[in-house]
Write a protein that binds this ligand. Structure first.
Ligand code: TYD
Length: 210
C-alpha cells in the first residue's frame, strides 16, 4: 500500500507501431510523479529471459513456430505478473502505479494474425484472470501515418508494412468489442504530443479521484 493506503493502478498503453506509446507513457509518468504518485514503467515483451528469447524470435535469430511464439508471449506475461522480484502484482500491492507498454491486447492484435484468435484468447485467459488493467489507453492513428512515423525512425521489423498495420489495428478493435468489461479509452495520437497527453491525463484522472 502507498501513503494513501491504496493499491497502485495498472495503466496499459496499446497501439500499432509508431503510435507514440513510449513517448506518451514517459510523459504520463512524469506527470503522475509531479502529483506525488509512485510509478513503475515497464513493457512487453519484457527484459526477462522469456522476453529476450521472444526478441530473438521476432528478429528471426531464433526460428520458432508462430504457435510457440504466441505461447511464449503468454508465458512472458505470466512471469511479468507473478515473479517475486519485480512482478506487477507485488508492485501494485505495494501501492506502486504501473505503466505498461503493451499487454494482452497486443497478443490478440498481433499474434491473432498467425494463430486462431480464440486460441490466443485462451492462452491469455490466466493473465486476464490474474490481473486486468485499471485502464487501457489505445493510441489510435491511421496505418499510413503509422508507417510514416516508423520510417522516420529508420526501423523495420517484420510487422511493419502498412497493410499489416491496418489488420493489426482492426484486430485491436475486434478485441475491444469482444471484451466490453475492459476499461478501454481510444485516444487519437496527434502530431502535437502535448494535445495527445492532455487527453490521456483526462482519462487517467478518475482513477485517482481527481
Ligand atoms: P515493442 O518492443 O513494443 O515494439 P514497438 O516499440 O515498435 O511498439 O514490441 C515488439 C513487437 O512484439 C511488436 O511488433 C508487437 C509484438 N508483440 C506481439 O506480437 N505479441 C504480444 O503479446 C506483444 C506484447 C508484442
Amino acid at each position: 500500500m502507498n501513503g494513501n493506503g491504496r493499491k497502485g493502478k495498472l495503466i496499459v498503453f496499446e497501439g500499432i507501431d509508431g503510435s507514440g506509446k513510449t513517448t506518451q507513457m514517459r510523459m504520463l509518468e512524469k506527470f503522475l510523479e509531479s502529483k506525488e504518485e509512485v510509478c513503475y514503467s515497464t513493457h512487453e515483451p519484457t527484459d526477462s529471459p522469456f522476453g529476450a528469447l521472444l526478441r530473438n524470435c521476432l528478429t528471426g535469430r531464433v526460428d520458432a513456430d508462430e504457435r510457440a511464439i504466441a505461447a511464449l508471449f503468454a508465458a512472458d506475461r505470466l512471469d511479468h505478473i507473478l515473479n517475486n522480484v519485480n512482478g506487477l502484482k507485488k508492485k501494485l500491492e505495494e501501492g506502486v502505479n504501473v505503466l505498461c507498454d503493451r499487454y494482452y491486447f497486443s497478443s490478440f492484435a498481433y499474434n491473432g494474425e498467425f494463430v486462431p484468435f480464440d486460441w490466443v484468447v485462451e492462452l491469455n485467459r490466466p493473465a486476464r484472470e490474474l490481473l486486468k488493467p485499471d485502464l487501457v489507453v489505445f493510441l489510435d492513428l491511421p496505418s499510413e501515418e503509422s508507417m510514416k512515423r516508423v520510417s522516420r525512425r529508420g526501423e523495420r521489423e517484420r510487422y511493419e508494412t502498412e497493410e499489416k498495420q491496418k489488420k493489426i489495428r482492426e484486430r485491436f478493435f475486434d478485441a475491444f468489442g469482444r471484451f466490453p468489461d475492459e476499461n478501454v479509452v481510444i485516444v487519437e495520437s496527434e502530431e502535437n504530443k502535448e494535445e495527445t497527453q492532455k487527453k490521456i491525463r483526462g482519462a487517467v484522472a478518475p482513477l485517482f479521484g481527481w
